[in-house]
Design a protein around this ligand. Structure first.
Ligand code: ATP
Ligand code: MG
Length: 464
């Protein structure tokens, strides 16, 4: 590669959030970017040319993913590593390491790492908070946690919704596991909570955990707890299974749970007991599992993202919530419900939608489902002091819709690249608006990874 390109690539590497490090075949550090320098606590270029274990004395030949990747000549993906940096801070990273080859010879290794120290600290704090909230003997009724939803809060009178509510109510009166499917914003969590609070476990804990948000080791110790010394920084700590004892554990995005953990989960459900990470004995637990997934049920099985045995163990009662566009008769009811809700919250006096807006709402696809509808009304109620919601009050994504029947007019032919970038920008802006500027939800709507979306937002200079 030409030197001038090389220089700019190296410069760009200083602007990304992931740490990048390269070692040579002797294990000496030959490159690290700014992010790596920051979370490793290294000043300037002091680590260049020095052996990796000299800079990271808390690591060893066996635990350093960079060295292991070079020694085994293989790629190591998404491995958690805990080390103590030069300043004495405990740092947890998720690393992917790749050997660098020149011909047949291995000449070094490169590693990309994500610092998850804060995520880890936060998740430990959550477990701790949950454990104080649900201390045995202390009734949790006085403690206001997040909003509690009941069947009363589920709005919907179309046949599909009525059938679903009846089925969900029956499920609440049994102790069987339940699987809930549906796209983003269709109301999965609403149903899960309604089931818990209508069941005879209602005075016991309701604990929700997203299985996609955390790396495997962390999720394992969150769910099952840990024993002091079983891994660096491990403490004697109960997991969510123990904390949810007697109550309900909601495992959201179960289809994203790493396969090896799915085996452990299945064992826990079948035996009604768990083993803390690093422990030799088991602890009995009585937990009702409700799991949610957000992809097509057939795809889950055919793609192998879920173990079949676990799937059939959990899939005793299945509820699939349809998209809002497939139950449009519920839209007027939901609109009325959210108008009343946000009138009260924002002290407004909105009475209705104009006929045009009703028409637009009935034609719109609602990719963000009920959540998008709720945010649309909430947004309007926050900005305007009006009684009727008219077209001009609607956010951006509805603007083009009314011109739908008009023939497509192309004003000016633009270079393809420019036109595609514009289209991409518009799509992202629309997705962000539909999800109330929440990047995670927007990425779900666009069906792209969150990091990719973040990168595109930066790159296309989208301000929101
Ligand atoms: N039938 C409904 N009646 C009233 N409010 C609803 C209904 N369905 C969804 N909502 C509201 O829409 C929002 C999104 O619902 P919820 O969090 O349950 O969606 P979800 O299916 O879990 O989405 P995701 O997959 O993105 O987590 C919530 O504020 C919820 O109160
Ligand atoms: Mg949810």
């Amino acid at each position: 590669m030409d030197d001038k390109y090389y220089e700019s690539i190296i410069k760009i590497l200083d602007y990304i959030d992931e740490g990048i490090q390269i070692i040579d075949d002797k294990g000496r550090i030959i490159y690290y970017n700014k992010a790596a320098r920051l979370f490793d606590g290294i000043e300037g270029e002091t680590a260049l040319g020095r052996h990796i274990l000299e800079i990271y004395p808390s690591l060893s030949y066996e635990t350093s993913t960079l060295i292991q990747s070079m020694e085994t000549m293989s790629t190591i993906m998404d491995k958690e590593q805990v080390f103590i940096n030069y300043k004495g801070d405990h740092i947890t990273t998720i690393n992917s390491s790749f050997p660098i080859k020149a011909g047949k010879k291995i000449v070094g290794a490169v590693e990309v790492s994500k610092n998850i120290t804060q995520v880890k600290a936060l998740s430990e704090k959550i477990v701790h908070l949950q454990s104080t909230l649900h201390k045995p003997g202390v009734k949790n009724q006085n403690v206001r946690t997040n909003e509690k939803y009941t069947f009363m809060d589920i709005i919907g009178q179309t046949n599909e919704m009525l059938k679903l509510k009846t089925l969900a109510f029956k499920a609440s009166q049994s102790d069987s596991p339940v699987m809930i499917g549906g796209n983003t914003g269709t109301g999965k969590e609403l149903f899960v909570q309604a089931i818990h609070y209508a069941s005879n476990r209602k005075d016991k804990p309701f604990i929700a955990q997203n299985c996609a948000a955390l790396p495997v080791n962390l999720l394992e110790s969150m769910l099952f707890g840990s024993v002091r010394g079983s891994f660096t920084g491990a403490e004697n700590r109960p997991g969510l299974f123990e904390l949810a004892d007697g109550g309900t554990l909601f495992l959201d995005e179960i289809n994203s749970m790493p396969l090896e953990l799915q085996a452990k989960l299945l064992r826990a459900i079948q035996n009604n007991n768990i083993r803390r990470v690093g422990a030799t004995s088991t602890i009995d637990v009585d937990v009702r599992i409700i799991a949610a997934f957000n992809t097509d049920i057939n795809e889950i099985l055919s793609s192998g993202q879920m173990r079949k045995d676990l799937f059939y163990r959990l899939n005793v009662i299945t509820l699939i919530i349809p998209d809002l566009k497939d139950r449009k008769d519920d839209i007027p009811l939901l609109v009325k419900f959210f108008i009343e809700k946000y009138n009260k919250k924002r002290n407004k006096f909105i009475t209705d939608l104009s006929n045009e807006v009703t028409d637009i709402f009935m034609r719109y696809d609602w990719p963000g489902n009920v959540r998008e509808l709720e945010h649309t009304i909430e947004g309007i109620a926050s900005i305007y002091d009006i009684d009727i919601i008219r077209e001009e009050h609607l956010p951006y994504q509805f603007k083009t819709l009314n011109k739908k029947s008009a023939p497509i007019k192309i004003n000016k032919i633009k270079p393809m690249k420019e036109a595609l970038l514009e289209a991409e920008k518009k799509l992202i802006v629309d997705a962000l608006q539909s999800s109330n500027q929440n990047i995670s939800q927007a990425s779900k709507l666009l069906k792209i990874p969150r990091q990719t979306l973040q990168y595109r937002i930066k790159k296309l200079e989208i301000h929101f």
